[in-house]
Design a protein around this ligand. Sequence first.
Ligand SMILES: C[S@@+](CC[C@H](N)C(=O)[O-])C[C@H]1O[C@@H](n2cnc3c(N)ncnc32)[C@H](O)[C@@H]1O
Length: 228
Amino acid sequence: MEKKQDEVVDYYDTIAATYDDSRFGNSYGRFIDAEERRVMDRLIDVNAEELRLDMACGTGRLTNYATHGLDASDEMMKPAKERHPSVVFTQASAADTGFPDGMFDVVYSFHLLMHLPEATVGEIFKEACRILKPGGRFIMDIPSKKRRQLFHHKQESWHGGTQMTVSEVAQMAAEASLTVNRTFGILMLPVHRMPERMRKPLLKFDAWLANGWLKQYSSYIVCELVKH
Ligand SMILES: C[S@@+](CC[C@H](N)C(=O)[O-])C[C@H]1O[C@@H](n2cnc3c(N)ncnc32)[C@H](O)[C@@H]1O
């Protein structure tokens, strides 16, 4: 089930040309994209004079919040470079970025850690912390282990195979000198089972549900971690 890091990158190299359409071109993908943007709009002031890295930026879906983008796949970054001509892009591993210590105010990463073994996730937390300024923020998402346990989720491949609870994130964060500051839920309702026409009208309600007391039972948890 576990894939080696380079196999994950090979996979994304292969699907780069169809990634945007297949993942985010349908109403389910647009729903997730809209909820993630709602969170990012709360967390990031794009006008702030900061250096912000989109780590594993892929095709640049969320790179509008960044000054820098990094991905291990050159193929995935080709559309990102066209979409965001003012962003500085680097091809590198998230676990070994090559950036100097303390360079960034914010590092964020969406839909990356879920594909990697937990040991690599730990290395990436440490690398994010290394390249952040003191007081800088690492924003990351991960599938919710509590929800998966509730629904007896069976993982059949490495794709999206890593899940965590908020306390597990907090523990891994502490080992990397990061502290959990805020958490947000993404996607509470089983939107993929609902008729397409119902999805958009339910967006606000779902975001509200996913950020109430059941937050840990939403599909994904976004955590804002702060460097000590
Ligand atoms: C599911 S895509 C997510 C892209 C983008 N963040 C988004 O949310 O649309 C995962 C991305 O992670 C990149 N990736 C996988 N392993 C990586 C690693 N170890 N270091 C950097 N990028 C990696 C892949 O090349 C791919 O572009």
